[in-house]
Design a protein around this ligand. Sequence first.
Ligand code: F6P
Length: 370
Amino acid sequence: MAHKILIATGGGDCPGLNAVIRGIVKRAAQENGEWQIFGCIESFNGILKDDVEIVPLNESMVSGLHVKGGTIIKTTNKGGPFHFPVRQPDGSWKIEDRSQLMKKRFDNMGFDAIINIGGDGSQRISLDLLNIGIPVVGVPKTIDNDLSSTDFTFGFQTAVQIATEAIDKLVTTAESHNRVFIMEVMGRDAGWIALHTAIAGGADVCIIPEIPYNPEAIAKKIETRYKNGMGFCNIVIAEGAKRVGGHVVGKAPTAVGDQHIKLGGVGDVLKQELQELGLEHDIRVTVLGHLQRGGTPLAYDRILATEFGVKAFELVKEKKYGNLVVYRHPNISYVPLEEAVKEPHLVKPDDFLVKAARGVGVVFGDETSQ
Ligand code: F6P
């Protein structure tokens, strides 16, 4: 009888997810029919729901998929096997632990292993599944690039490219109108997208979650530019940024099973802070939002995602469960899930990228004098 692998994609979507799925399916297809691959629809909801939704995946279904953004097997960043939201007869919701039900179904359906493609939250679920006896291999995913055990996650380069193209466009309009533009990008805890975009796009100011900002330092940079005849200014700010002594800007989650605050609006807050400091220039705010997660992955991300897919299959074949596939230049390798979720990959204020940005005059908002 053929071996069976169940694939799930969890958390926010990300360019390259489909290329991972294709990599797994195509690699498995080279095993003379010994392996069958299935997709669990909408992360683990497909196996947790009352009406199970699991689809077989074959080579023809994944043909050309490396080019397509999103995930053909859907995703969610709410709930999960240990916190599954169930609607009650009175219309309210109750969070249930359905992990044992999942284990039972997994065993009854004859699966050998799960390949869970997701970010830190999803890989914590991988670890918990492993601990109840479900063999799991993880594949790291996030546009934020905030997983510490891999040099890069797929999707990140695409997000940076999208943001860079956006700032290139904002620069010409800022220049034409002598405006200050604040571009808000994704980055919940880690400022990698903002930092890379600021350097690639030649921004004047870069605000990231790891370096709390002083509006005064930013106002000073803006005024200096205007005084020196550079009559415009471009600022990149990560959605998870906060001012010194302040807190992140967003809304409390409203969706059932969602544990994250919905970040957004820090660009507007910064605009107001700058105006309160007396800045009279025209300030405009652009929020890139989910544009950064959509569309076709760059070649780099397609390649990395394909490598991850092939490696994930091979780890399952070798029964090397409990590991996360990682990229550690120049190799695609793996680390124990436990190690992988220990700490996030954040920008350190002394990283050379920060130094390089400061070296070309980028201000981070923590400067005491300029
Ligand atoms: O984790 C990736 C990410 O894009 C974060 O940068 C962002 O805060 C979050 O997902 C937003 O997710 P959603 O809008 O899907 O809830």
